[in-house]
Design a protein around this ligand. Sequence first.
Ligand code: AMP
Length: 395
Amino acid sequence: MKTVDSYNFAGKKALVRVDFNVPLDSNFTITDDTRIKATIPTITKILNDGGSAILMSHLGRPKGGPEEKYSLKHLVPTLSETFGREVKFADDCIGQSAIDQAAALQPGEILLLENLRFYKEEEKGNVEFAEKLSKLGDVWVNDAFGTAHRAHASTAVIGQFFEDRVCGYVMLAEIENADKILEKAEKPFTAIMGGAKISDKILIIERLLDKVDNLIIGGGMTYTFVKAQGGSIGKSLLEADKQELALEILKKAKEKGVNIIFPVDNLCADAFSNDANRQIAAAGEIPDGWEGLDIGPESIKQFAEVVKNSKTILWNGPMGVFEFENFAKGTNAIAEAVVEATEKNGAFSLIGGGDSASAINQAGYGDRVSYVSTGGGALLEYMEGKELPGVAALK
Ligand code: AMP
């Protein structure tokens, strides 16, 4: 696989698939520029080599035609400031004007194409659409790990039209860090799985059972495990049809000698609200009318102890409804323990998938762990052992 480091972009027009799917407020101001910052190394290398960059991305979920609120033109001022030069904009990602603007691009210049998803062909992986896009550049660079699990026109299908297909720095770092966890994990290896549902995480949990020493389970998925074993969970989140599966996971964990750790207590609420009444209940003893929205203080202690003694940590999914301040304590405490393991114990810690990245950033610890993945679903699928179309297309 060609990488940005091993490729000389001098005199080339690089067509770069980036992930500029950033959150915008009602004034079209970017509220989190993490994804833009992440692309700086790749784009800077292209420009410094004496190449030019044509950037393509999706933004939001347009219905298949132009929509003002999803226009990538809102990013132009931020991009111009970030790269210290005027970033040009093509108001259609294909067609004659895009071709002309791409052709006129000089070394060191950047052209941003309008939202790819203004064409439904993008998500359909349409070959003709991919071919039209491919005409704009001499070399294809894929740096959009977050969409690498989708076989879309710009993320995968386009690869066949290029001799030179180059893996960007973000993509490479994501793959290398995931591989480090999957193949070179130093022991003890602890996986912390949280979030809402078992069904989203079942494949990765099964794969991890072959690799980890400790599997900590928190978040909403806990209660399906507890219910399956006969505990009372009140009105906590339950996937009734996943109880068999939960029991199977427990059985497999036992067979494989994995130390599977559940919360021993829960912070419960009488309504799904930050201002609900609260009480602590022991695991399996949640009263009727109450629901577990966070792990309890004793669980925090036990989880933190295991995390702090680990050498490799994979964290996916919050311990509770961290969006509610009153139920964010468990998630924040685990974030602190991961930071401590990383800084004091020299652990390698990878945070990613689903909401985990926003949880660690909200807790203010994003830059104190080893790596925060930019890919939600893509990271999970990679870790489940699936070949990602966006990565396969680079090979
Ligand atoms: P995921 O995207 O699978 O990582 O799930 C993240 C979501 O799970 C967040 O929005 C949390 O609010 C939610 N969540 C975590 N714990 C609970 C819980 N105990 N009850 C309901 N939702 C939860």
